[in-house]
Design a protein around this ligand. Structure first.
Ligand SMILES: NC(=O)c1ccc[n+]([C@@H]2O[C@H](COP(=O)([O-])OP(=O)(O)OC[C@H]3O[C@@H](n4cnc5c(N)ncnc54)[C@H](O)[C@@H]3O)[C@@H](O)[C@H]2O)c1
Length: 272
């Protein structure tokens, strides 16, 4: 799965509900070492230091560095300082919820649109550029996407950014094959996190999944399934996979329309 004692950088930790957290813990479970990145010190103070869900021992065990992916110098310094790594997880996205998400598809908030595009898509290229020299024997870069082939209500410009992110994945796979660095995306079904909570109408999106996912989809527990897939994509068993989007969404992405009553999963997510 994961190479033992090899270091992996997991970017985009906000709190223990983050997909990044589940992925980091899974890498550790398989014997890898993890360096998490948090956007800045303020975020760590608010979401990790004050978190009631995390005990002190767990808090202290996290190896955390700061990195704002829109600041080139931050990304460069991060990878220069950490030494050799086996791979990177880019679990980062942002779009202003007022102008880029929600009921209306706004088209005029250009600064917000550019910022969202920079953070959510372009930054994967920045990260890969500075991470690659630390993967001298090759490595794996994995990012997180969401249903970019469809236009979902409320998701608006983030859907556009995810389509761009997947195109960046393909371009980077082409560029870095010669470095033996693989670049892939995991397109995950909806799970409860802070970023998801910021999307007005996210609950509706969640309910949609209950109507279209042929496998039961648990909005909390299945974060672990996303993390398991990330561990596979980071490790040697996926050595010849690059430029791909791996769907970990209960199968929802291939369903036309909604499932009929007799097609719905018989087991509830809890009983899985
Ligand atoms: N939650 C879901 O349902 C879901 C589904 C599919 C894909 N995803 C994707 O998974 C990834 C992780 O999101 P999450 O749901 O775990 O939420 P999260 O809020 O826990 O993580 C988002 C992270 O992005 C970071 N970030 C934003 N701007 C940044 C910047 N300039 N520099 C560095 N970091 C920055 C935030 O600080 C945060 O840590 C995102 O790409 C998201 O789009 C989420």
């Amino acid at each position: 799965m994961i190479k033992k004692d090899v270091t992996y950088v997991v970017m985009g930790l906000l709190d223990q509900d983050s997909i990044a957290y589940a992925i980091g813990k899974t890498i550790e479970k398989w014997g890898g070492k993890v360096i998490f990145t948090v956007q800045n010190e303020r975020m760590k103070r608010i979401f990790i230091d004050r978190s009631k869900k995390m005990d002190d021992e767990e808090r202290k065990s996290l190896n955390i560095k700061y990195c704002d992916v829109t600041v080139d110098e931050d990304v460069k310094r991060l990878f220069e300082e950490i030494g050799p790594i086996g791979g990177v997880v880019h679990s980062i996205a942002y779009s202003n919820p007022k102008t880029c998400l929600g009921k209306e598809f706004h088209t005029d908030a250009y600064d917000d649109l550019k910022n969202g595009f920079h953070i959510s898509a372009v930054s994967l290229a920045t990260v890969t550029r500075y991470a690659q020299p630390q993967m001298k024997d090759g490595g794996s870069v994995v990012c997180l996407s969401f249903a970019s082939q469809l236009a979902f209500a409320y998701y608006n410009w983030m859907g556009v950014n995810k389509a761009a992110l997947e195109a960046v994945v393909r371009a980077l796979a082409r560029r870095h094959g010669r470095d033996l660095v693989r670049v892939n995306a995991i397109s995950a079904g909806p799970v409860n996190t802070k970023a998801a909570g910021a999307i007005h109408g996210f609950e509706e999106l969640g309910r949609t999944w209950d109507r279209i996912s042929p496998l039961p989809w648990d909005h909390d527990k299945d974060k672990q399934e996303i993390a398991n897939a990330a561990a596979f994509m980071l490790g040697p068993y996926s050595r010849k996979i690059s430029g791909q989007v791996l769907y970990v969404d209960g199968g929802a992405s291939v369903i036309g329309g909604e499932l009929l009553d007799h097609e719905r999963p018989l087991t509830s997510p809890e009983s899985e």
